[in-house]
Design a protein around this ligand. Structure first.
Ligand code: GLN
Length: 474
């Protein structure tokens, strides 16, 4: 049993004076302190959080509204800029960097009374699927401390699983919110591309980056989305939020069709995971949906496409870390050229360097057509196939990952093996559609997430299906 009530209830009780923001913040900080051994957190923002909690309680005492998330503590992945905290993205090259402005998503949550209590661990710059690429430490899976929590938002997922806060923010460029949610047994939601402003979030691959939300239930995730969604002048890719909002979760599923993705089965995934997802699909019929098989023939090459386009964009986005403007600067350099090379050479970890090299290569003259351009062409083909599929079904269904949480160290010396953890999540990012992981049950005591996807801008319907699925699964 979680020690947190549903987020809407918490906020309502704080507003009614039955709970205080100060007490909720203390509860979050005490849990973080008690669960340190799991290494989910990079830094706690205790003083800032306590100050904000007191202000919220005072607002309420004065008879004013403190907002829809009054007093609700949350944890942000450490690639969100938050005032009063160093933002590292778990990379040595950002050590010592203090946010000169704050992420719009954080602003929106805090404007409704939520309180950021800590920054969570991640794979450095969000490159990875296990948190083992963090330059600082690896986060441990609460279900088995010898296993990874998934990544890259592994710290955020573990924070939710261990009740450190009612919700956490992640990012999802190729699966980083859904895959750790699947590995630790919480809900992880990736919205439609552009639905939440990314201003103030460290960029990874800008054509697929989205902010994700992790919580214990779909209802909690929906409320958090409702607060963060919408157009923002600071992020030109943003779109308008659904005027009907995201919290109703009442879409009638009778007559709706769910497509079981053929290509995600029988291709080397753990048979026990496949069996559990197939039985979850059966159970889903209770909601009124019809389940049919759907084929997306280009899906098997989506991972290859992602691992060309993602490094290409990463190599561009990481060029700003030159040792002069943000964070770490090499002290031993004697001229500017040396300062660039030494700062980047020392500051970036192995995976960031690997992506910079691959990305630069696929964009270079002579190779651009063979790799980058071809990958973009295949991406368009994939988008067309998804659009086509969504003319016959309302949702798509499959596993989140081919396995349960793997052992720490099992894939860390084999980048290709690590990349395979993303084989079922990257397509939603390449196509820009919303996708969610909801707990479907356990295999050998380890959580498995069911992945559901919907067409672009059908986030509200997807959340409704996920909430109804939650009621019949596990
Ligand atoms: N695991 C994927 C990668 O390493 C996805 C990362 C993410 O979504 N941030 O690129």
């Amino acid at each position: 049993m979680s020690q947190w009530l549903p987020i809407a209830d918490l906020a309502q009780k704080v507003q009614a004076g039955e709970l205080t923001a100060v007490a909720l913040v203390e509860q979050a900080l005490a849990t973080i302190a008690a669960k340190q051994e799991f290494k989910a957190i990079i830094v706690t923002l205790s003083e800032r959080a306590r100050t904000r909690a007191k202000a919220i309680d005072a607002t309420i005492k004065a008879g004013q509204s403190a907002g829809r998330l009054a007093g609700v503590p949350f944890i942000a992945k450490d690639n969100f800029l938050v005032f009063g905290a160093a933002t590292t993205a778990a990379s040595n090259i950002l050590k010592g960097f203090n946010a000169p402005y704050q992420a719009v998503a954080i602003e929106k949550l805090e404007a409704e009374g939520a309180i950021c209590v800590a920054k969570a661990n991640l794979d450095a710059f969000a490159h990875g699927a296990s948190t083992e690429n963090s330059d600082f430490f690896t986060t441990l899976n609460p279900h088995d401390k010898t296993r990874v929590p998934g990544g890259s938002s592994g710290g955020s997922a573990v924070a939710v699983a261990l009740d450190m806060a009612p919700f956490a923010l992640g990012t999802d460029t190729g699966g980083s919110t859904r895959q750790p949610a699947s590995f630790v047994g919480c809900v992880g939601f990736k919205p439609t591309y552009g639905l939440i402003s990314r201003s103030g979030v460290v960029a990874m691959a800008s054509s697929t980056d989205v902010i994700g939300a992790l919580a214990r239930t779909t209802a909690d995730v929906a409320l958090v989305l409702d607060v963060m969604a919408g157009k923002d002048n600071l992020d030109g890719t943003t779109i308008d939020a659904d005027p009907a909002g995201y919290t109703a979760l009442t879409t009638d599923m009778h007559g709706k069709k769910v497509g079981l993705i053929k290509e995600y089965f029988g291709q080397g995934a753990d048979p026990a995971v496949e069996a559990l997802i197939k039985s979850a699909a059966e159970k889903l019929k209770v909601t009124g949906v019809e389940v049919v098989e759907v084929s997306l023939p280009t899906l098997p090459v989506a991972l290859a496409v992602y691992y060309i386009l993602c490094p290409a964009e990463v190599s561009s986005n990481l060029s700003r870390y030159d040792g002069q403007r943000f964070g770490f600067t090499s002290a031993s350099a004697t001229d500017l050229e040396q300062s660039y090379t030494q700062s980047r050479g020392v500051g970036f970890g192995k995976e960031a360097k690997r992506r910079i090299m691959i990305g630069t290569y696929v964009l270079s003259s002579g190779y651009y057509d063979a790799y980058y351009k071809k990958a973009q062409t295949v991406r368009t083909k994939l988008i067309n196939e998804f659009n086509e599929a969504f003319t016959t079904v309302d949702f798509l269904l499959g596993p989140v990952a081919p396995t349960t949480a793997f052992k720490i160290g099992a894939n860390s010396n084999d980048p290709l093996q690590m990349y395979l953890a993303d084989v079922m999540t990257v397509a939603a990012n390449l196509v820009g559609v919303p996708a969610i992981s909801v707990p479907a049950g356990l295999v050998d005591g380890l959580p498995v997430g069911l992945q559901l996807m919907a067409p672009q801008r059908a986030d509200a319907a997807l959340l409704a299906l996920a909430a109804q699925a939650e009621a019949v699964l596990v």
